[in-house]
Design a protein. Structure first.
Length: 302
């Protein structure tokens, strides 16, 4: 088989591991920056070109789509869907996962526990919002942040107001979320592949930080995949509409809550913490997807 990994950074750990895993499994593997793809449409035909050559003969696409130029990257994924090429994560699921508020709405509507969260646009609503969230401190999140960037801890109402005024003045939107004090600097990442929770780790922030992201200096340790963790993570991924995703959860006094579903999770920390070959698991899921035939992928996802 021949797989295509869409990634802006071919040298990063996850992309390198996917390429290595594909080759170990006996497959060809291309890595292409989605922003270097040229898309062509005409009646009854859709093409993707890179460096003047049509990309053909692809059995499955593995999108590793970040937040930069997301609309263009999603257009590339949709183009392959139009061409009938199976994609490991569909464009619609990626798009929903990238929209923090919309994904929280979808999760809450299906009964998935999420932290109390508010979206607003006027500072006159701030005092009531903080009170409804249980008082200061509160977590403030840019709707377009990733890997802990754009996530702030406002220790007071005054600090929250200052941050939000600045963000709004830049034309950005920001949500306010209850600060789960008992989970300060800790969360649980569960990786789901093909409807099954395959690995989990607890991430702990570096000293002085409340964000546990591995990319920001956090450390991971393997945790047991309990029935509750498995079921909640799998349900969350199904709601968002993904095949491969990382689910970030907090252990609150009231039970587990889902913070986020990540459509392109890094997995270096997870492989190191669990000693599992996550890259091979993802490639095997791509094998299954490619082996099911392409007919069911012939329609454009919207």
């Amino acid at each position: 088989m021949k797989f295509l990994v869409l990634s802006r950074k071919p040298a990063i750990y996850s992309t390198r591991r996917l390429r290595e895993a594909a080759r170990i499994e006996g497959h060809g593997c291309l890595v292409v920056d989605p922003l270097r793809c040229v898309l062509h449409l005409e009646r009854g035909a859709a093409k993707v070109r890179v460096a003047g050559e049509d990309l053909t003969g692809i059995d499955a696409v593995i999108p590793r789509v970040g937040s930069y130029a997301i609309e263009y990257a999603l257009a590339v994924v949709r183009q392959f869907e139009m061409m009938g090429v199976p994609v490991l994560n569909a464009s619609a699921g990626i798009a929903l996962a990238k929209q923090k508020w919309a994904s929280l709405q979808a999760l809450a509507a299906r009964g998935i526990p999420v932290p109390p969260t508010t979206l607003m646009r006027f500072p006159t609503h701030l005092a009531d919002t903080i009170e409804e969230l249980g008082g200061s401190p509160v977590i403030l999140k840019l709707l377009r942040g990733m890997q802990g960037a754009g996530v702030l801890l406002a220790e007071s109402a005054e600090a929250a107001e200052s941050i939000m005024d600045t963000v709004w003045s830049l034309g950005e939107d920001i949500l306010a979320q209850k600060f789960i004090s008992e989970s300060r600097g800790r969360d649980v990442r569960v990786l789901v592949i093909g409807g099954e929770a395959v690995a989990a780790m607890r991430r702990t922030a570096k000293p002085g930080d409340f964000r546990s992201n591995i990319h920001r200096g956090g450390v991971g340790e393997r945790v047991e995949l309990t029935k509750e963790l498995r079921e909640l993570a799998v349900r969350a991924v199904e709601v968002v509409g993904l095949r491969v995703a990382g689910v970030d959860l907090l252990e609150s006094r009231g039970g587990l809550v889902v913070l986020e579903v990540n459509s392109s999770p890094g997995f270096q920390g997870l492989e190191e913490a669990t000693e599992k070959d996550i890259a091979v698991e993802m490639v095997k899921e791509a094998e299954k997807l490619a082996g099911r035939g392409k007919d069911q992928y012939s329609k454009l996802s919207v």
